[in-house]
Design a protein around this ligand. Structure first.
Ligand code: BG6
Length: 495
């Protein structure tokens, strides 16, 4: 069933996120017949486009970034007729009347009041200004139909996140606010819940009795991709751990929900965040590692170091890599370490969750017959590989008793013919449908900041002395290996 009529305003309509992700997502939803019967998309920006040149600009994005890159036998033209551009200065209050005007016109055209969605795809420092000017518009008082979508980052630290939440709460009802974490829209991330809670197979062993430890890796080969100015005020911990990685950790560690009600799922996740062991500032150096990439070579190409990137300080203390060891203090996870790491300019792009089960209690096989730690392992590969593999020991054929690890693999590509939707397609459809399950509630955001604040504070007090400390194309600084090796374990990569 298609969602109700929707009018979507995109602040940052001439920006990068819209060009690469939002417009392609909406276009694909249109092709798949998920867009409402009646809809319009209004890109808001300062740049001087008219409707025609704006549509051209978006089509150019589709040709580069969409999973369907062509006009699909004329469908682009039909879609483009629903797209318009509104040039306005979002910092001027009087300009917001233009929005109210458009809503009125569309209402008359549709013959009904549509969902009115404001998507804030703008730099974080612009969000408070827009929210405070948008809020007073009459349409925003409509808690049923008017929604506001906020992109990460939600604040710069706990205090600013609370402030932003307060500002939003003064203007909108919590159920109107959709805080996006695009990882939650990924098929493979949602599938973690299916794997865990739609099968009776895994759940009985999904706990401290059978699991040795869990790892989450989100490595990227790209650098900061021209976003130096943004990244200088962020860093890997804020950019990836506070949101994406902690969300993944919640999916892996949460208790079974009794329903798929948005608040039920979010309650279960926030329970995990609250149970993460508080890190004292004194122990930060023992459980958290930071790194920054130097210049070097990747796949035969010379790449610049972080400090040489555009808009980055020559002595920048900002981390482009981080690894952290967390514990979750509850009955299920007591004393099971969760090792997470993320970084730019690393050897491979892979987002994977590794569940390492304990070794067999007694091993009658010749000890030299196998590297036991590599087996007993479930790897959930989120991206770019999309598969789940269970690795266990098997007897090699032959007269000798030799074992080696083998994989049982579920691959999306082999199992399904249909192409999976992009994360933003799923999330935008959810916003139109008014389903907030895959979005972050204010207390989740705050709880996630609380988890990482001691690390941020400790790092701020002690600027790094050894940056840059890893070369492009590596797996991060040596300290990262040491962090996990101290516990007698190794980082896992895709087999
Ligand atoms: C974004 C970060 O949220 O996630 C980027 O700001 C990062 O720095 C990106 O590159 C990674 O997303 P994905 O989906 O490519 O893993």
């Amino acid at each position: 069933k298609r969602p109700a009529s929707s009018l979507i305003f995109i602040f940052g309509g001439s920006g990068d996120l819209n060009h690469r992700k939002l417009s392609p997502a909406l276009y694909n939803l249109f092709i798949d017949e998920w867009m409402p019967e009646k809809f319009d998309i209004v890109g808001i920006g300062r740049r001087p486009y008219d409707n025609e040149s704006y549509r051209k600009h978006l089509f150019n994005g589709i040709q580069q970034f969409s999973r369907r890159k062509d006009d699909q036998g004329g469908k682009w033209q039909v879609f483009a007729d629903h797209v318009a551009y509104l040039q306005m200065d979002a910092e001027k209050e009087e300009e917001y009347e233009k929005i109210a005007e458009i809503v009125k016109i569309k209402e008359a055209e549709y013959g009904e009041h549509p969902n009115v969605i404001f998507y804030l795809a703008v730099a974080p420092q612009l969000v408070p200004g827009i929210v405070s000017k948008l809020g007073p518009l009459n349409i925003c008082a409509d808690t049923k139909c008017t929604r506001v979508v906020v992109e990460k980052p939600f604040g710069h630290d706990l205090a600013s996140a609370l402030e932003l939440n307060k500002l939003l709460a003064g203007m909108f009802d919590e159920k109107q606010i959709y805080r996006i974490d695009h990882y939650l829209g990924k098929e493979t991330v949602q599938n973690i819940l299916a794997l865990r809670f739609a099968n009776a197979l895994f759940e009985p062993i999904w706990n401290r009795n059978y699991i040795d430890h869990i790892q989450i890796t989100a490595s990227e080969t790209v650098g900061v991709e021209g976003r130096g100015d943004f990244y200088e005020s962020s860093g890997a911990l804020r950019d990836m751990v506070q949101n994406h990685i902690l969300q993944l950790l919640c999916m892996v560690a949460m208790e079974a929900p009794v329903s798929f009600d948005a608040d039920e799922i979010r309650n279960k996740k926030v329970d995990v965040l609250h149970a993460i062991r508080k890190i004292s500032k004194e122990e930060v150096h023992k459980i958290a590692v930071r790194g920054q990439y130097s210049e070097g070579w990747m796949k035969g190409q010379e790449v610049t170091g972080y400090r040489q990137e555009k808009n980055v300080a020559a002595d920048s203390p900002v981390e482009t890599f981080t690894a952290v060891k967390f514990y979750i203090d509850n009955w299920r996870w007591q004393d099971v370490p969760f090792y997470v790491r993320t970084g730019k300019r690393m050897a491979d792009k892979e987002t994977i969750v590794t569940v390492q089960f304990k070794a067999a209690p007694s091993y009658a096989f010749p000890p030299e017959s196998a590297e036991t730690w590599r087996a007993n392992r479930l790897t959930i590969s989120i991206a770019p590989e999309m598969d789940i593999r269970l690795r266990f020991q098997a007897k090699r054929p032959g007269q000798d008793l030799t074992l080696s690890p083998v994989d049982m693999i579920f691959s999306y590509q082999d199992a399904y013919e249909e192409h999976e939707p992009e994360a933003y397609e799923t999330l935008l459809l959810d916003v139109m449908e008014g389903n907030a399950t895959l979005f972050m509630r204010e207390d989740q955001v705050a709880a996630a900041w609380k988890v990482i604040m001691p690390i941020l504070e400790a790092w701020q007090q002690r600027p790094p002395v050894d940056f840059p400390n890893y070369t492009p194309g590596s797996w991060g600084p040596e300290d990262s290996e040491a962090l996990i090796a101290r516990d007698g374990r190794n980082w896992a990569s895709l087999p």
